[in-house]
Design a protein around this ligand. Structure first.
Ligand code: DON
Length: 308
């Protein structure tokens, strides 16, 4: 059941949609994944779910986009469910201050990635989920968690995006083989990477994404996939590491935990208040959505949702 509509929130979303389209400061889509490079950057959508069940959207909220690194949040939830705190023996919980695909810290830190959101850490997280079974079973678990959290079975993987990334993914291959050289992969690097590329190729609309974030927002009526204590910890990681070397800037401008993807998606959580899905495919120099980050800042300010 959805509660009474918040007209101020709908008015804020409509205004934000208009503002980002007027500003037209889109950035460029990810170039290193051919399938994403072809997308028109002049697109925008935003959706919000509140605890009373009310939902709000503006812009192209029916358009599916590639969630890319936002999938790392759902893979982390799945991996913690499978191996529990043992995951932290293999991956850290500190911001890296480096780009999402950086190799530099892996050598000095002996193959233990800084956090589960940089690519190296996400590859280890996916490997923990894969260990001892076939990729399709690990993928079924991740997509099952996404569908359960979003209360929606119409969420799928676009295999053509996964293939497109596999064909050009030399950097991730290097990371996986480096992790393997330190004994931090259980499966063959190619198997773990194949699973990781497919998880990144999950497609969702902003409304599906906002619904999938309700458990992270701690809503009492969210599907019970995620214990509250774990949601708190994942929000902390999203705040400190969710935007890589742009995490401090995102916290400064938005004041909320968030996770970006190079498809231009953003999952932003206002704990106890709102779950927010945003999409605009043009990126800033950190690889995070340019207009999406702008919209998150405008919304946080308009609704006074910053945690600070
Ligand atoms: O592994 C990659 O490079 C992509 N599949 C995901 C990277 C990503 O989304 C970074 N986020 N902004």
């Amino acid at each position: 059941m959805s509660g009474p509509k918040n007209t101020a929130l709908q008015a804020a979303l409509t205004k934000i949609d208009q503002t980002v389209r007027d500003e037209a400061d889109w950035g460029a889509p990810a170039q290193y994944i051919p399938q994403l490079a072809a997308i028109d950057p002049a697109q925008f959508a935003i959706s919000v779910c509140l605890e009373n069940g009310a939902e709000y959207s503006a812009g192209q909220s029916d358009t599916r986009f590639s969630i890319q690194s936002i999938s790392k949040v759902f893979a982390l939830i799945a991996a913690l469910g499978r191996v529990g705190d043992a995951l932290w023996n293999r991956v850290g919980r500190e911001p890296s201050g480096t780009s999402f695909d950086s190799v530099i810290l892996l050598e000095s830190e002996k193959g233990r990635p800084r956090n589960p959101f940089v690519n190296a850490g996400a590859i280890v997280t996916t490997d923990a989920l894969l260990s001892g079974r076939e990729p399709r079973l690990a993928l079924a678990e991740i997509i099952g968690i996404v569908r359960a959290m979003a209360s929606d079975d119409d969420i799928h993987i676009d295999a053509s995006v996964a293939r497109s990334e596999k064909a050009t993914g030399a950097r991730n291959k290097a990371l996986a083989h480096y992790l393997d050289s330190h004994g931090n992969l259980d499966s063959e690097p190619e198997l773990t990477l194949g699973t990781y590329f497919h998880q990144c190729a999950i497609e969702m609309t902003t409304l599906q994404l906002a619904r999938a974030g309700r458990g992270l927002a701690g809503f009492a009526n969210a599907p019970s996939v995620l214990p509250l204590r774990r949601a708190k910890r994942i929000n902390a990681l999203m705040m400190t590491c969710g935007h890589y070397d742009g995490s401090g800037e995102f916290a400064f401008r938005v004041g909320l935990p968030g996770k970006s993807g190079v498809g231009g998606g953003l999952l932003v959580i206002a704990p106890g208040r709102a779950s927010i899905g945003i999409w605009s495919p043009g990126l800033d120099h950190y690889g995070n959505s340019k207009a999406g980050t702008r919209a998150a800042a405008l919304l946080s300010n308009a609704m006074r949702w910053s945690v600070f």
